[in-house]
Design a protein around this ligand. Sequence first.
Ligand SMILES: Cc1ncc(COP(=O)(O)O)c(C=O)c1O
Length: 458
Amino acid sequence: MTECVFEQTLLRGAELLRQADPELHDLLDQEQIRQHETLSLTAAASIADPSVLVCDASAAGNVTTEGYPGARYHAGCRHVDEIERLAVARAKAAFGASYANVQPHSGSTANQIVLCSLLRPGDVMLGMDLSSGGHLTHGAAASMSGTYFTAVAYGVGADGLIDYDDVARISKEHRPRLIFCGGSSYPRAIDFARFRAIADDVGAYLVADISHIAGLVAAGLHPSPVDAAHVTTTSTYKQLCGPRGGLILLGRDAGYRTASGKTLADTIQGAVFPFLQGTPRLNTIAAKARALATVASPQFRLLARRIVELADRLAGALADNGHRVLAGGTDTHMVLLDVSGDGTTGIVAQRALEACDIIVNKNAIPGDRRSPRIASGVRLGTNILALRGMDPPDVTDCARLVSTVLREVKTTGESDYLLDEAVIDLVRAEVSELCRRFPLPGYPLPSPLASGYRSYAG
Ligand SMILES: Cc1ncc(COP(=O)(O)O)c(C=O)c1O
């Protein structure tokens, strides 16, 4: 038995939960088994290493305080101050940033904090529209970003790519005070320097949201926006394999003076607390610190490289199987499919695949005429396949299974379908075998990230 109080508490907690609340205990267990036994091609997710999970579950979450290390509004912060300082230092190191704020509760919150600190209500902002791959917080009508500000949108061209000349034209026409780049379902690399030139032309702030590609950026496999943009935001649970949360990063513009005369760094610091948030989640900040340490490791770089390789293979194999891969492929972890050519809808594809234990999500595609609840596309990603340790040939198998379902499903309504039981059984059996061969990190074997990631040589 361990002597460590922190470890004893967590072990005791699991034991107590089993005894005191078997219903909840079993649900948590079943959820972890579901994650292991289904093939997740979810682009917006990853798997947090168990060493990240224990930080999030730790008693650091019992500390109530406000403010920042060394300037808290409550006593008892000497250890959590060190934890937050560590998280900030690791975030700065992982991204080569000159400033990092690790307190945002989510990626959306990080974006809202940036918007509310740099704009006044009603100011014009420019972001990528939702069906072209932007995020709700980039000015969509359904979110506060499109309600409290005057949101203007850019899209993608017929080739599915950002048309930078068109972005420049829209920007000159509407003269936004802030431009968002980065997206939720844009599979190609983003030219942050080009976006900065467009922003500078009209005196706008450039905000890069790298929620989806933060791991590739940290690993040097996608150009970094940290110095190109005024502000960079990200969520921490996608490619960073961290807890649910957000980060705000600044690079060379940290000392830039805003209209109020304050530096950008001071503006963001005051915008996170006290302007928009209250007490920080110090347990989650510890989990961010842990995840950011692994992000800086050579093993993570191998993982990131493998994520991109697998996505390229996935896009190629799906195109070879006759599906319409949007944007002509991918530069990232993400593959976007137009399933209308398969005679189905996004929601039917998502449901039929889930019936076969393959998890994807429906997604609007550029120019989509269907509602986002139905959608004409699905979004796939390879973060979790890479974390499972798959090789490109295994991803060809995954693509074949996806294709089998899309070919066999009979779409009987926008969200209704029929799928032969024999097909379901066949696909599920292959999925089960793949999941058994490639267990998730931390289930039930030691995590590859914690123990030195498997070598991808050859
Ligand atoms: C580009 C982008 N920004 C922000 C977010 C929001 O992150 P969170 O779920 O942490 O609020 C997402 C999540 O899907 C995203 O794709």
